[in-house]
Write a protein that binds this ligand. Structure first.
Ligand code: ADP
Ligand code: TYD
Length: 203
């Protein structure tokens, strides 16, 4: 099974992906926990190019090519071999992030994103958790981390608001694989909700 976590910056995806991986391992599953952009050596190098520096460093189109190149490498080298070996793959962000951030953030590039996805990636997760949270809360949590990967956070709260609405619309578009999770709750409560839904999907 291939599981992805999606949502705006600071929604709690990484925290929840890690807790789910630990819970499934404790039950004897073989789990690979990974992330995008990144997850393979080449994709981690691309990560630095897209997450650091000025917001206007890349156009939306150039960014789309970089994220897709990173994803293709990650897919070839880690995701597909792991799934073929019968492992559960949990990925912190996947193609839905590209549909949002490159597809919607600066004009409407969704058609281009979908065409490139079909040509170069061609697969969706089996299950996607959308951790939904208010844009201001998300941004203040993300800013609280104080890292160097702030390029998208520096686009500001308007972008986060647009991404939140876009993700909720995407959850309706791909209703069969999406589960919308209320992210403004205690970490443990959210984790129990996600584990129950994962077990239901595995069964
Ligand atoms: P994301 O991967 O979506 O950006 P993180 O899991 O890194 O989010 O969480 C962002 C910040 O918010 C971290 O400092 C984390 O400890 C904190 N956090 C995560 N989940 C919660 C929660 N349920 N309530 C309060 N703070 C949280
Ligand atoms: P991530 O490390 O998950 O950040 P956060 O923990 O703050 O949610 O992702 C970093 C940024 O990369 C995030 O702002 C969204 C962006 N991104 C894209 O723009 N397109 C993509 O395809 C992916 C995977 C991420």
């Amino acid at each position: 099974m291939f599981i992805s976590f999606e949502g705006i910056d600071g929604s709690g995806k990484s925290t929840q992906a890690r807790i789910l991986a630990e819970a499934l391992r404790a039950e004897g599953h073989d789990v690979v926990l990974t992330r995008e952009p990144g997850g393979s050596a080449g994709a981690e190098e691309i990560r630095r190019l897209v997450l650091e520096g000025d917001p206007d460093r890349w156009s939306a189109e150039t960014e789309l090519l970089l994220f897709t190149a990173a994803r293709r490498d990650h897919l070839e080298r880690l995701i597909e071999p792991s799934l073929a070996a019968g492992k559960i793959v949990i990925c912190d962000r996947f193609a839905d992030s590209t549909r949002m951030y490159q597809g919607l953030s600066r004009g409407d590039l969704r058609g281009t994103v979908d065409a490139l996805h079909k040509m170069m990636i061609g697969r969706e997760p089996d299950l996607t958790f959308l951790v939904d949270i208010d844009a201001t809360t998300g941004l203040s949590r993300a800013k609280g981390r104080q890292g160097t990967e702030e390029r998208f956070e520096d686009f500001g709260v308007e972008l986060q608001q647009k991404m939140r609405a876009g993700f909720l619309a995407l959850a309706q578009e791909f209703a069969a694989r999406f589960r919308v999770i209320e992210g403004d709750r205690a970490t443990d409560t959210i984790a129990a909700d996600i584990l129950a839904r994962t077990k239901a999907a595995l069964a």
